[in-house]
Design a protein around this ligand. Structure first.
Ligand SMILES: [Zn+2]
Length: 231
């Protein structure tokens, strides 16, 4: 099964003609449903859409998530992030672009900014999942372009398992706006894009850098919201 999936991923859509597509959540054949060929019909139906506002710390001006980080949504995001399933990023980005609750924000945003990875992590992973999501959004009707204006200037330990206060300290000063992008950020309404939001501490640290460079507004739009530890 793994081999078939690896070959199919390698040959892309053409592969669907030769090999059936398997659900990335439950391994059944994924030939029907809203998320086919990534998920089967049943997993498509149980996709944990929430399309809702999430609480995030200042200086972020708001937070929004397409889904909850569980079930088939979690499986797709994990496949995107750690197994390089870029098609999942494109498909999730497309859904983020047309989510009804997010429409007002999307119309207001002038600059779509993916959350950056530190170059070492970007290099070892081979892609930035937030950039894949942002590109999927732009390809499906979000106005503007996805611009990687932020740099991660300090490597940080993963936020997983840290409480809110430690998360803030862990990422403080971790981001900066690239020198050549400052003019683009000045006065702009920015939409930060990330895969998963938990407390929003990482995105808030990015917002500090964007506002220092003159951004008028910074909102976070995540593919999924994960319940913070201890809540
Ligand atoms: Zn399934």
């Amino acid at each position: 099964m793994e081999l078939i999936r690896a070959v199919r991923t390698a040959v892309g859509d053409f592969g669907n003609v030769v090999f059936p597509a398997y659900c990335h959540s439950c391994n059944r054949i994924a030939d029907e449903g809203r998320w086919a060929p990534l998920l089967c019909g049943e997993c498509s139906d149980s996709f944990p859409h929430c399309d809702q506002v999430v609480a995030v710390p200042r200086p972020l001006d708001g937070g929004h998530a397409l889904s909850r980080f569980e079930g088939p949504a979690k499986d797709l995001i994990v496949s995107l992030k750690y197994k390089g399933l870029l098609r999942a990023g494109g498909a999730i980005g497309a859904r983020m672009a047309i989510a009804p609750e997010a429409r007002l924000w999307l119309q207001r945003s002038e600059l779509i900014v993916p959350m950056p990875l530190h170059w070492r992590r970007r290099w070892s992973r081979g892609h930035n999942q937030a950039m894949t999501l942002a590109r999927g959004m732009v390809k499906h009707g979000v106005w503007g372009r996805a611009r990687p204006v932020l740099a991660r200037v300090r490597a940080t330990r993963p936020q997983v398992g840290l409480g809110r206060r430690f998360r803030m300290a862990n990422v403080s000063g971790a981001f900066a706006v690239k020198k050549r992008a400052v003019a683009r950020v000045q006065g702009a309404r920015v939409l930060l894009v990330d895969d998963v939001v938990t407390t929003g501490a990482t995105a808030a640290a990015a917002a500090v850098a964007l506002k220092k460079a003159g951004a008028r507004e910074v909102r976070l739009y995540a593919a999924a919201w994960a319940r913070p530890p201890g809540s």
